[in-house]
Write a protein that binds this ligand. Structure first.
Ligand code: CP
Length: 331
């Protein structure tokens, strides 16, 4: 048996990053990754970003690899970004939408995925509303699983592209102060972000209303907690503003969106009152005028669209590196 990445090396169009392979066979969460894994993903994404600037953006790296995107929840950015990454790598791509499938007729998750795998699929990119759904699948099937968001648990590729974008704008992540602001309680972006930023050596604060911040998060992760937007913005180099996840809240946790916006909405006037420049991020989709005003979202401080752009290179890197973990028979 030879590692598949030796075969990939022969046909790959950019130099591989020397060193150890990933320590994982699936990307289920940032919690499972080492600092070395994250560095490897970033260095590989750097190479893919160079390729994406060329007139011909497609490489043959994942030719003969079939990837299915299984989305049980809505998505715009993540789904398009994964599909673009897969197509840029020359993979064969299948898209599965739960609302238009036999899931509607009562088919179970494992039956659905096993039927897809019977068609010889190599990798599964999955978004699901249930925490742990991709972890469950990883224990039952041979294909490599990439978690594209599981309930309120993790969204690992979002955290990777966020940290990659901070590194790109500020030169490094280590030592930077990053405030994650908003609905921390219901956010998978927050949890993956905390893991990733801490592994990269950043200082992390979460900020928002007390009802949207888990009670023991400060002690559990060794991070700062603030209920005051101005205090958080004055402290940080980077503010990652999160959406209120109304679809995941089954009881009111603040009186109205208007009141939330007055207390926690980030505006140009607040930023100008700080007397310093900070980087503004948002994973999308933005509720303009609620957590973030357009005069901030569309300003020079914002790297929101760079995050989206970087998502393709990060996902190409993840897919490429996971494909390299799969073993194939010798020629
Ligand atoms: N950031 C993010 O996950 O966006 P989508 O829900 O549109 O994929």
């Amino acid at each position: 048996m030879i590692p598949a990445n030796a075969r990939l090396f022969r046909i790959f169009c950019v130099p591989l990053v020397p060193g150890m392979p990933l320590s994982v066979k699936h990307l289920l969460g940032i919690r499972d990754l080492t600092r070395q894994d994250i560095d490897l993903i970033f260095q590989t994404a750097d190479n893919f970003k160079e390729i994406l600037k060329r007139p011909i953006k497609k490489v043959p790296t994942l030719r003969d690899t079939t990837i299915v995107n299984v989305f049980f929840e809505n998505s715009t950015r993540t789904r398009i970004s994964f599909e673009l990454a897969e197509r840029r790598l020359s993979a064969d791509v299948i898209n599965f939408t739960a609302s238009a499938s036999s899931v509607r007729k009562g088919e179970t998750l494992i039956d659905t995925v096993n039927n897809i795998l019977a068609m010889k699929v190599d990798m599964v990119v999955m978004r699901h509303s249930a925490v742990g759904a991709p972890h469950f699948l990883a224990g039952h099937i041979q294909a490599a699983i990439v978690n594209a968001g599981d309930g309120i648990n993790e969204h690992p590729t979002q955290a990777l592209l966020d940290a990659f974008s901070i590194r790109e704008r500020l030169g490094k992540v280590e030592g930077k102060k990053v405030a994650i602001i908003g609905d921390i309680m219901h956010s998978r972006v927050a949890l993956s972000g905390i893991y990733c930023l801490q592994k990269m050596g950043a200082e992390v604060m979460v900020a928002g209303p007390p009802t949207l911040i888990p009670k023991y998060i400060g002690e559990a992760f060794g991070i700062r907690v603030s209920y005051d937007l101005r205090e958080a913005l004055a402290w940080c180099d980077v503010a990652n503003i999160l959406r209120i996840q109304l679809e995941r809240q089954n009881m009111p946790v603040f009186s109205s969106l208007r009141e939330y916006s007055q207390a926690y909405g980030v505006t140009r006037a607040i930023l100008e009152s700080l007397g310093k420049e900070i980087v503004i991020m948002h994973p999308g989709p933005i509720n303009r005028g609620v957590e973030l005003n357009s005069d901030v979202a569309d300003s020079g401080n914002s790297i929101i669209l760079q995050q989206v752009e970087n998502g393709v290179a990060i996902r190409m890197a993840v897919l490429y590196l996971l494909a390299g973990q799969r073993e194939e028979p010798a020629d």
